[in-house]
Ligand binder design. Structure first.
Ligand SMILES: CCCCCCCCCCCCCC(=O)CC(=O)SCCNC(=O)CCNC(=O)[C@H](O)C(C)(C)COP(=O)(O)OP(=O)(O)OC[C@H]1O[C@@H](n2cnc3c(N)ncnc32)[C@H](O)[C@@H]1OP(=O)(O)O
Ligand SMILES: NC(=O)C1=CN([C@@H]2O[C@H](COP(=O)(O)OP(=O)(O)OC[C@H]3O[C@@H](n4cnc5c(N)ncnc54)[C@H](O)[C@@H]3O)[C@@H](O)[C@H]2O)C=CC1
Length: 731
């Protein structure tokens, strides 16, 4: 709804729809009713539109997307009504003016803002475009070039930047009273002509350069969008602002939004938006323990053990979260010095770019406390261990931590696959131990996979979850199993793509198909970039590598299961990837390290096939997608079935934020929901039945089978509930 009042000739329409004043049908109706009152009241000479509470307005109510367009006034109807008002309207912006919120402001005749306010047209991130005149009004205010930058990428900008380019007419200090300031401003413009204040009537300044600008943004968007369609549709709509009168341009904008709204990509992106918020409400399946009934302990002092690749990024994340005391412990002198230097250099870089102030930088550097022995950690609230991936080293460290740390201290391990319970058992209080699995580089990657051990106490879990959120991470709580959620699922992707190499595909073909699907890089380029030796080390642990096999052992089988040794040959011939002189699955040549196909690798694959009498066959794109991605989906269902994740959203967030799964497909589980579970199951069963040595990753998940058998193609939001009901009724 919207509240209405009048103060010294100025009518105030305040949006009131907590928490973020989204433009629900009630709010739109409220604005319209208030506007009518203001227009009819002869004592009113100007109008202010503002937002109650923490923000001006974050745009259309996303939860009403399915129905909102039926009720009058629509958002695009409302903005035209506002702009044509005979009385001047001032938008008073604090907090956020996002999406439809900014479009409402653009339809007002003046815009004022607190310096702390943020503005954006982020619709593209929901797979749509600003469909309430945003693509037509913004270019008339700031030009085609800047509009393409704002709309096609959807980033947020400060009020000051918006003022510099002409969106905001007056900035007030962040501590000013926005309403009071806006009312005074409105009084100052009473009686002024509105002729040049109706943005839809303005010419587009850089209209003559539209073709050139369009070409520039097409190139950038083509490279960045990874198959997302909305950015290109946004560019097309903005282009029409330069070429057509406002009314005609609006028709094009309307066609754009009609094409995008309700598309699979938009559904996926909206699902992601809500998943990122819902994941804060964690729960331990089957226990009734959740974020609402469990309080974290207060964390002021944190320690990080190990300052290698991960430790240094974790330290930076803690400093950025405002932790004022971060102890760092690293045994190796060179690693310690390099780690501290790395951290300081990154902080210098943030300060140079203005991401943090000089004062903040100094206080972050002061917060760093190198320590040399465990005794110095005795009053630490949270310890995060990030040493080598070795159970014996980790056990040694946790045994010492268990002795010296205070009883309430939370002891976390950043292991990527080791058993959190086994580590916990060496401490006197296993309930204090939890996994905090960061992703590299930890100060950049948004994902944190927190692992609850079987003994981890609710409060310890709450503390790890709370710390992740303080660090601004998408923090997902998962159960303890080998590889947790992400690595457990992703393993199948590498295994099955390698099988396709055996059968007839080549690395460049697989990567091209995966990139077309939306991955930033294909499986083989990722391997080269992160180092093919990482997987090799893992396989060595399980005695699977080529070198570890006794003479005469079958080349394509390990422990009774199909195996492809091509990745072993690669590493054993010194092709670790990018870092080994640009040699891996591909060759990286020249100053720019251009990716090229290497005949040596092609010959290696060909001779392997000949040796094993494999007749290569043509593998098409559809098969590559199915075989690379469906085993991962199948594993996702097994993870749900075991309660390792509480719901499909958690799995999707992990894959999107930790493994670059394309966001506009919503993650593997949402993608499966879009394809339809009966088809997913059919394909999985076909591969399971065809596989010579039955590959475990094709064994259909029982939960998937039950869902399809009992419910056909149920909605993703009901999967876990339906599964629980089925299992309960079978007991
Ligand atoms: C079928 C064809 C029909 C075609 C018909 C065509 C007609 C078209 C007519 C009109 C088209 C209109 C087009 C348009 O311009 C639409 C829009 O405006 S889309 C919305 C654009 N806005 C956004 O994307 C903003 C989204 N929000 C944010 O990014 C953040 O919330 C924000 C940075 C603003 C604040 O962040 P923070 O402080 O961290 O708060 P939270 O994110 O935690 O949010 C708090 C709370 O609020 C919920 N929420 C946020 N935004 C919205 C929203 N826009 N709608 C509904 N709910 C929202 C959020 O989920 C949180 O809820 P919790 O329950 O607390 O988790
Ligand atoms: N590198 C990656 O991409 C990821 C690694 N991990 C996990 O994070 C942990 C650390 O991995 P990396 O940082 O990559 O390893 P790393 O080898 O880069 O760093 C480990 C550091 O720990 C130090 N160290 C070893 N024993 C120590 C001890 N007793 N006390 C203090 N310092 C000690 C070493 O000197 C080294 O500097 C491992 O468990 C790994 O599995 C988790 C996610 C991603």
């Amino acid at each position: 709804m919207a509240n209405y009042s009048v103060r010294n000739q100025v009518a105030i329409i305040s949006l009131c729809s907590p928490p973020v004043n989204a433009l629900s049908s009630d709010v739109r109706r409220g604005i319209l009713d208030s506007l009518k009152k203001a227009e009819q009241d002869v004592k009113v000479a100007a109008i202010v539109i503002c937002g109650e509470g923490r923000t001006f307005c974050v745009g259309a109510d996303i939860t009403e997307f399915k129905s909102e367009f039926k009720t009058f006034p629509n958002l695009f109807e409302l903005v035209d009504i506002l702009e044509s008002s005979p009385k001047p309207i001032v938008a008073a912006i604090h907090g956020h003016a996002f999406g439809g919120g900014l479009e409402v402001a653009l339809a007002c005749h003046y815009r004022v803002a607190l310096s702390s306010a943020k503005l954006a047209l982020p619709e593209v991130k929901l797979g749509i475009l600003p469909g309430a005149g945003g693509t037509q009004r913004l270019p008339r205010l700031i030009g085609i070039d800047s509009s393409m930058q704002w709309i096609a990428f959807g980033d947020e900008y400060s009020a000051q930047i918006a003022a510099n380019i002409g969106i905001i007419d007056r900035i007030f200090p962040s501590n000013a009273d926005i309403l009071e300031s806006a009312v005074q401003y409105a009084q100052s413009i009473i009686g002024k002509s509105l002729i040049n204040r109706r943005v839809s009537k303005l010419p587009v300044k850089d209209a003559s350069k539209v073709s050139h600008i369009m070409e520039k943004y097409k190139q950038i968007v083509g490279k960045k969008s990874r198959g997302a369609i909305a950015p290109m549709v946004c560019l097309e709509a903005i282009k029409h602002a330069a070429l057509l009168p406002y009314v005609e341009g609006m028709k094009k904008e309307r066609m754009g939004i009609e094409a995008l709204m309700g598309s699979d990509q938009s559904k996926s992106l909206i699902y992601m938006f809500f998943a990122e918020r819902q994941v804060r409400n964690w729960t331990i399946p089957g226990t009734g323990i959740n974020s609402k009934n469990t309080k974290p302990i207060k964390v002021e002092k944190v320690a990080v053990i190990g300052l290698g690749t991960m430790g240094r990024g974790i330290v930076l994340s803690l400093l950025k979260a405002g932790i004022k005391h971060v102890s760092v412990m690293e045994l190796n002198k060179t690693a310690r010095e390099n780690g501290l230097l790395f951290i300081k250099n990154i902080l210098e870089g943030y300060a140079a770019r203005g991401t943090i102030s000089e004062t903040q930088k100094r206080s972050m550097v002061d917060a760093l406390k190198p320590v040399s022995n465990f005794e110095m950690l005795k009053d630490t609230d949270l310890v995060i261990e990030a040493v080598f991936e070795s159970m014996s080293i980790k056990k040694d460290i946790f045994a010492k931590l268990g002795q010296v740390c205070k009883p309430s201290a939370v002891l976390a391990t950043n292991t990527s696959a080791l058993d959190v319970d086994e580590i916990a058992m060496v401490t006197p209080k296993p309930k204090q131990v939890v996994g905090m699995h960061f992703f590299a580089p930890a100060h950049v990657m948004k994902l944190l996979e927190n692992v609850r051990g079987s003994k981890s106490s609710p409060q310890v879990i709450a503390t790890a979850m709370n710390m992740g959120q303080r660090m601004g991470k998408v923090t997902v709580l998962v159960g303890n199993c080998h590889g947790f959620v992400g690595n457990r699922m992703f393993r199948h992707y590498t295994v099955e793509t390698d099988f396709m190499l055996e059968e007839g595909a080549y690395p460049e073909q697989v990567d091209t198909v995966l990139k077309k699907f939306g991955f930033a890089m294909g499986r083989y380029q990722v391997g080269d970039l992160s180092g093919n030796d990482i997987g090799y080390r893992m396989r060595t642990k399980f005695e699977m590598t080529n070198k570890q096999q006794p003479p005469g052992a079958p080349e394509r089988e390990r422990h009774g299961v199909r195996y492809c040794p091509l990745a072993d040959f690669l590493v054993e011939s010194g092709r670790l990837g990018y870092k080994s002189d640009g040699k891996g699955w591909f060759r990286y040549l020249g100053k720019n390290r251009e990716l090229t196909v290497d005949n040596e690798v092609t010959s290696m694959i060909d001779s392997y096939r000949r040796r094993n009498k494999i007749v290569p066959r043509k593998i098409n794109g559809e098969e590559i997608i199915e075989r690379a991605l469906y085993p991962l989906i199948n594993e996702g269902f097994k993870i749900l079935e075991e309660g390792i994740a509480s719901n499909p959203m958690e799995i999707d967030l992990i894959l999107v934020h930790g493994y670059a799964w394309p966001r506009h497909t919503g993650g593997p589980m949402f993608y499966a929901h879009l394809i339809g579970l009966p088809k997913i199951l059919r394909v999985i069963e076909r591969h399971w039945n065809n596989a010579g040595l039955r590959e475990p990753h094709w064994e259909p998940s029982k939960m998937l089978v039950r869902l399809v058998k009992n419910h056909g193609n149920p909605d993703i939001m009901s999967w876990t509930t339906l599964e629980r009901e089925t299992v309960r009724s079978a007991l």
